[in-house]
Ligand binder design. Structure first.
Ligand code: 6CS
Ligand code: FE
Length: 314
């Protein structure tokens, strides 16, 4: 139980072994392992919302659901206006909530936009989006995290392969796989501008990661993640077994994906930005506990641990 994460001892975990209630230990072993998922994927029923049995089954099997044009063009346009204004604001770049691209001064992400911006708050609380999250998770939901990922033209850098749940479990203390991401395209996501890539079906397995969590890991990981990513042979096996999909779409399209789906995206060297808003909805029955890595929790603007008010209630 000794804190060993000082300089030169970064390979040692803060905890020598996982806590007894840790159902998904990761970053403890010297080698990555592929384990089974212990939780359901779909927690609701066809009767609980607008998603059909076929759609629920697709999500269960593939770990994602893509929707063309869930938002109107005027909703998209008003969100895009906010993105533009935020990226032109020097104070936004200086804020704790901002992440700057590695190797340039450009804005990569802005976190907790469901708190700081009225238009983006309305987007995150959009009744259509919240209802889909509620049906998939079989309960009321609250917002665990929200962010803009700008991925600007020319210099928007990649997001390396990862399972979100691995980080949210280890660093935020989210106990179970009962949360999901909603990726809202505000510009066209094409095969060329660094769209989300996923490994369909990978959400059924849990790939444990190697390497202890450094203190304040988020400062580095949100620019370029190195701890909490799968080893090469695990990723190779997943892709051999399941392949890769890239659900592209016009502005206004939306992808929901399971918290444990292996995903990533490449850099954007086209002139066309790939700007998305991500909202993470967690079941109100899955509130975070102490982080399973033994370190202090990440800031509230990255992982909510105070306000569990159900989303979508106006
Ligand atoms: O840290 C997070 O919450 C998210 N961001 C990254 C780069 N990886 C894990 C997770 O998706
Ligand atoms: Fe992610």
């Amino acid at each position: 139980m000794v804190n060993m994460t000082g300089v030169g001892a970064a390979a040692q975990p803060v905890l020598a072994e996982p806590r007894a209630e840790d159902r998904y230990p990761s970053r403890f072993a010297a080698k990555g392992q592929m384990k089974d998922r212990l939780d359901p994927v779909v927690w609701g029923t066809p009767e609980q919302g607008s998603l059909s049995k076929t759609q629920l089954l697709f999500y269960e099997q593939n770990g994602y659901l893509n929707f063309d044009q869930l938002l109107t063009s005027s909703e998209v346009q008003s969100c895009l206006n906010e993105l533009r204004q935020l990226s032109a604001d020097e104070a936004v770049k200086q804020a704790d909530e901002a992440v700057i691209e590695p190797g340039s001064r450009e804005l990569r992400s802005v976190f907790a936009v469901h708190r700081s911006n009225a238009v983006l708050k309305a987007l995150c609380q959009h009744p259509t989006l919240v209802a889909i999250a509620q049906q998939l998770l079989g309960s009321e939901v609250y917002i665990h995290q929200s962010r803009i990922n700008y991925k600007g033209g020319f210099r928007g850098k990649e997001f390396y392969w990862h399972s979100d749940f691995e980080t949210w479990h280890v660093e935020d203390g989210v106990p179970a796989m009962r949360l999901l991401s909603c990726s809202i395209a505000l510009t066209a996501n094409t095969p060329y501008n660094g769209p989300l890539m996923i490994v369909p079906g990978s959400h059924q397995r849990y790939v444990t990661c190697v390497g202890a969590t450094p203190e304040d890991h988020y400062r580095a990981s949100l620019k370029q993640q190195e701890v909490g990513v799968p080893d090469d042979s695990s990723l190779t096996r997943l892709v051999q077994d399941f392949g890769i999909a890239a659900p592209t779409g016009l502005a206004g399209s939306v992808t929901f994906f399971d918290c444990n789906l292996m995903h990533g995206s490449s850099s954007n060297i086209t002139p066309l930005p790939r700007s998305n808003v991500f909202v993470v909805y967690n079941s109100v029955h899955n509130q975070p506990v102490e982080p399973f890595c033994g370190l202090a929790p990440r800031p509230n603007f990255i992982a909510e641990r105070q306000d569990f008010a159900p989303a979508g209630q106006r």
